[in-house]
Design a protein around this ligand. Structure first.
Ligand code: NAD
Length: 347
């Protein structure tokens, strides 16, 4: 049985992950550690927070080492899924400081606390049972040329933004804790996620909100930056698969084999909304507006997830076509959620 700690459980992927795993029979208790930045909202956990018998919330900043250590000890944590991070590339360009302290120092404190708890001879935890899963990103690999093969687990890291550099640094720390101390750690690197509860600062929710409001839909540069898109539910299932079946010391790529240029993705969103909401007047593509490119914008990412498929049997269940439509429907039906999470002064 697991005493599972999920960090960043009030964010986009973390809250989807908590919904995905909370009723798994392997879990005795699930502790959500989150300090609730502008991106973290307990509204994302409606129906679980404060009501689910196995769920506990700790409002703790990862950068507070004593508090992180207290949480690991107090809840006798056996398994960690580490998602808490500053995650928005644009914010890392204008204000990189929090990316360094949360993503690097915060990961260091978490590793130290797990090491102290799991390797303490007085601890009730049997070392082979514990697992540390570090959730990382394809962005650590840098940019691919149009015809280059997809990133594999052997591709060297070449991060290009303060966000991806901070994630790559945290990956290296996790790797070193396995190699040096034998911490049973694994790393996953996933492509771009989409789905419900994504904070309206990332491409898909920004585009949906702009189209619904009949406002210009911003697209960076020429719109030809390519990303590999994966539904968040498929990412969550991949994370559970790696936590329960992955081999400590290994890294696993996660991707959807769904490469789309940003412009084509936004055009699909326009067409879906024209179809679902004819009262808006149609021709949403005319709202697309090209804006100056993000500095250092990576041109293309693509993930080869063959290792995860062949070794652990994971496959994505969603296609972009069905997943995008479901996501648009979710945002149309959850405009109160959008208003609530964007109301804070730090947004
Ligand atoms: P998010 O920004 O939606 O959520 C991050 C969460 O972390 C928030 O709830 C926030 O309050 C919390 N947090 C931030 N700083 C903290 C701190 N110092 N202490 C405690 N909590 C803190 O991010 P997301 O999109 O859900 O991404 C989750 C993880 O997955 C990140 O590590 C990210 O790098 C990785 N990832 C994201 C994607 C994607 O497409 N969104 C793709 C691959 C990997």
């Amino acid at each position: 049985m697991m005493n599972l700690l999920i960090t960043g459980g009030a964010g986009f992927i973390g809250s989807n992950l908590i919904r995905h795993v909370i009723d798994k029979p392997e879990i005795a208790k699930l502790v959500n550690l989150d300090c609730l930045t502008y991106a973290g909202h307990l509204e994302n956990l409606e129906g679980i927070h404060a009501t689910h018998p196995r769920y506990l919330f700790e409002q703790v900043d990862l950068r507070n080492q004593n508090e992180v250590t207290r949480v690991i000890r107090q809840h006798d944590i056996t398994h960690v899924m580490h998602l808490a991070a500053e995650s928005h590339v644009d914010r890392s360009i204008t204000a990189p400081g929090d990316f360094i302290t949360t993503n690097i120092k915060g990961t260091f404190y978490l590793l130290q606390s797990c090491r102290a708890h799991w390797f303490n001879p007085a601890s009730s935890i049997q070392d082979p049972a514990s697992r540390f899963l570090h959730v990382s990103t394809d962005e650590v690999f840098g940019s691919l040329s149009p015809d280059a093969p997809a990133f594999t687990e052997a591709t060297p890291c070449a991060p290009n933004s303060p966000y991806s550099a901070s994630k790559a640094a945290s990956d290296m720390l996790v790797r070193s804790y396995h190699h040096t101390y034998g911490l049973p750690a694994m790393i996953t690197r996933c492509s771009n996620n989409y789905g419900p509860y994504q904070f309206p600062e990332k491409l898909i929710p920004v585009a949906i909100q702009s189209i619904l409001a009949r406002q210009p839909v911003p697209v960076y540069g020429d719109g030809m930056n390519v990303r590999d898109w994966l539904h968040v539910a498929d990412h969550c299932e991949a994370l559970w698969t790696v936590l329960t079946q992955g081999v400590p010391g290994e890294t696993y790529n996660i991707g959807g084999c769904n490469e789309h240029a940003n412009l084509h993705l936004v055009q699909q969103l326009c067409d879906i909304i024209d179809d679902l909401q004819p009262a808006l007047g149609g021709n949403s593509r005319s709202l697309i507006t090209f804006v100056p490119d993000r500095p250092g914008h990576d041109r293309r990412y693509a993930m080869d997830a063959a290792k995860l498929t062949f070794e652990l049997g994971w496959r994505p269940a969603h296609t972009v076509e069905t997943g995008l439509r479901e996501t648009v429907e979710w945002y149309v039906q959850h405009q109160d959620w959008v208003k609530s999470v964007t109301a804070s002064p730090t947004h």
